[in-house]
Design a protein. Structure first.
Length: 420
């Protein structure tokens, strides 16, 4: 009995001590918690001491609105969470596997973008890449170098990681600069290629113009050769004689006495139409004698118009009414215009144009237009006549000069006026 009582007393003493120890530990924990709460409050008060208290500035209506917004956000989060849980509960194993793979790929894509990968490298994986690298997506860490640097500079693991991140950022910026320089080089290369293409096109255009000029020269030489062959064989056409006249050199003393438009006499309508076609060929190929061919064309068209009018008169189709001028009057007008110079005809042309521009109500415009056509033909004849006379004077002067040199006669020219 004594032993049992002694044991009970010992148990009671020990339990009392244990209770006191537990109460002391709870008291210490409570005091420590109060101290930490007081320190956090003091820090928060010191952080916001420069600005007025937000809780005091917010009105009760604002608090209620903020509380309602918070509840709405929590409600939306809860609904979204329920939807995800329901989707996870209803999805098949294949869908679950595909969702996890897509999530993992999205995570890897974000990681690659953060590392500075381009879009062309986004589809590469450890198993599928053209480099054969099984650790392509793993971040390379030079562990031995990190350990050596950490031991030399006495850095902690955290400081080493910060340095590595800073180095990666620098490398990323350098990579961006390299990409920018590459894009600039590509633009410069494209610009150079465009310039080379433009220069090549210009060269080809110049070459094509040269070829075209050579082709025109070849056709003109062929036309002249055909004319020469027809003249030598005694079957010359009017175009052959006109081409020989206009292409006569200064040293050639073969002088044509009559004006070139006299070659059109005696030609019928078919011959004049053929001559117009031949003149068009020479005028297109020969630029040096363009004015001559224009004047011959005007005269040829005038002769062709006269022949057509005569043909209509023979048929009695009222050609006089369509021409706007009587036949007798037309012959009188031709006789008057025949003896005038080019300057007089030019002045008369200005008067006729002025008459047509300021035509009154009763003015016979058909007459004046027909007169203008005849006037243009006479002006073309006058120009050819003046040029022909100048050529004759020059040839005659050259002939007299040669004769004077041959017989040893010196001094003033025999024909001073011809030198002009």
């Amino acid at each position: 009995i004594r032993q049992r009582r002694a044991a009970q007393n010992n148990e009671t003493i020990m339990s009392g001590r244990h209770c006191r120890d537990r109460s002391d530990s709870r008291e210490r924990r409570r005091r420590h918690h109060h101290k930490r709460r007081d320190r956090s409050r003091s820090r928060s008060l010191g952080r916001h001491s420069s600005s007025p208290s937000r809780s005091r500035s917010i009105s009760p209506a604002g608090r209620r609105e903020r509380e309602s917004l918070r509840k709405e956000r929590e409600k939306e989060k809860l609904e979204l969470k329920k939807k995800k849980e329901l989707m996870k509960a209803l999805e098949t194993p294949e869908e679950k596997r595909a969702r996890r793979i897509a999530k993992k790929e999205a995570k890897e894509r974000r990681k690659r973008e953060k590392m500075g990968w381009d879009q062309e490298y986004q589809g590469y994986t450890n198993a599928d890449n053209p480099f054969g690298d099984e650790h392509l997506l793993d971040t390379f860490v030079w562990q031995k170098k990190r350990e050596v640097e950490a031991s030399k500079m006495q850095l902690s693991d955290k400081e080493v990681e910060v340095r590595e991140k800073r180095r990666q950022e620098e490398m990323k910026r350098e990579l961006e600069k390299v990409k920018k320089r590459r894009i600039e080089r590509e633009k410069e290369r494209e610009y150079r290629e465009e310039e080379m293409t433009l220069l090549q096109r210009m060269k080809e255009a110049d070459m094509f113009k040269e070829w075209e000029a050579q082709e025109d020269s070849f056709h003109l030489d062929q036309a002249k050769m055909r004319s020469k062959i027809r003249i030598e064989s005694g079957r010359a056409k009017p175009i052959d004689l006109l081409a020989k006249y206009v292409n006569t050199s200064e040293d050639d003393m073969d002088i044509e006495v009559q004006e070139p438009y006299h070659l059109l006499r005696g030609l019928n309508m078919l011959d004049l139409e053929d001559l117009l076609e031949d003149i068009k060929v020479y005028s297109d190929l020969e630029d040096s004698n363009l004015h001559f061919w224009k004047d011959i064309t005007i005269i040829c068209e005038d002769e062709l118009r006269k022949l057509r009018r005569l043909e209509l008169e023979e048929k009695g189709s009222g050609a006089e009414r369509r021409e706007g001028i009587n036949t007798a009057v037309s012959s009188d007008v031709a006789a008057v215009l025949k003896g005038k110079t080019h300057g007089q005809l030019k002045a008369l042309e200005e008067q006729v144009n002025q008459k047509l521009r300021s035509a009154a109500a009763g003015t016979d415009t058909g007459y004046w237009e027909s007169l203008l056509q005849q006037l243009k033909a006479h002006m073309a004849r006058a120009r050819l006549r003046d040029k022909h006379q100048a050529v004759l004077r020059k040839k005659l002067f050259q002939l007299k000069q040669e004769q004077a040199d041959q017989f040893g006669i010196s001094g003033t020219p025999l024909f001073p006026s011809a030198s002009g």
